[in-house]
Design a binder for this molecule. Structure first.
Ligand code: CA
Length: 234
């Protein structure tokens, strides 16, 4: 039994029941809500360890629920997994843009559901990266922000400032998916003039410099990029 509590906000009774069944079987405590406004009050009251949030809800939709939760200090840090319809990649981009931690596309298997939840809980448990961190080690890749230095298998590689910021940012949040917009605003910031599509060019270059570990940076089709989470089994 994990004892962690999850609020599930989903308007389709069959799916809600299935989610509740699978989560409880894994030892999670589950509280459900069938629409957005009930969902908001349940989350405020329960302060759960995670929220599973359907995007398409009657009344207050999933994006608005996510925005409201993020805007309130007492719920701003609760991990949210957005549940979207299959193939609606623009929905995924919107969901991540309003602060969802991850997403799950319908239909999903119970195994995938549990794996995603565990990955998000683990990431939250290990806390946000310390900006003053001296060393980020991801397998053979070692990043030393202070010295602006990257080594691959012990061998020094040269990165441009933009490439370095991208790599450092992605490697700081393994397993978390970022949209191109988020990478521009969060990783690169105001210092660099980078438009959306140029991100792809920078990422390509970062990957080349990570050889033979280029696959550490994964493309999430239609959404963005993620740094491979070695601890995750999904
Ligand atoms: Ca729905």
């Amino acid at each position: 039994m994990t004892g962690e509590r999850i609020v599930v906000i989903e308007d389709e009774p069959d799916i809600l029941e299935l989610l509740q069944f699978n989560l409880e079987r894994e030892g999670f405590g589950v509280v459900t809500a069938a629409n957005g406004s009930d969902g908001l009050s349940v989350v405020q009251r329960e302060k759960p360890d995670l929220v599973l949030l359907d995007l398409l809800l009657p009344g207050v939709d999933g994006l608005d629920v996510c925005r409201h939760l993020r805007a309130k200090p007492e719920t701003a840090d609760i991990p949210i997994i957005m549940v979207t319809a299959k193939g609606e990649e623009s929905d995924v981009v919107l969901g991540l843009g309003v602060g969802a931690d991850d997403y799950l596309q319908k239909p999903f298997s119970p195994r995938e559901l549990i794996a995603r939840i565990r990955a998000v809980l683990r990431r939250r448990g290990s806390d946000s990266p310390d900006p003053s961190v001296e060393r980020i080690e991801r397998g053979a890749v070692v990043i030393e922000p202070d010295r602006h230095r990257v080594t691959v298998d012990g061998e020094k590689r040269t990165f441009t400032p933009t490439e370095f910021r991208l790599l450092k940012f992605l490697a700081s949040y393994p397993g978390r998916v970022f949209t191109r917009d988020q990478l521009v605003s969060k990783a690169i910031g105001e210092q660099a003039v980078v438009i959306d599509r140029n991100i792809d060019v920078h990422i390509r270059s970062v990957r080349q410099k990570l050889e033979p570990y280029r696959e550490l940076i994964e493309t999430v089709r239609g959404v963005g990029y993620t740094f491979r989470d070695e601890a995750s089994d999904d």
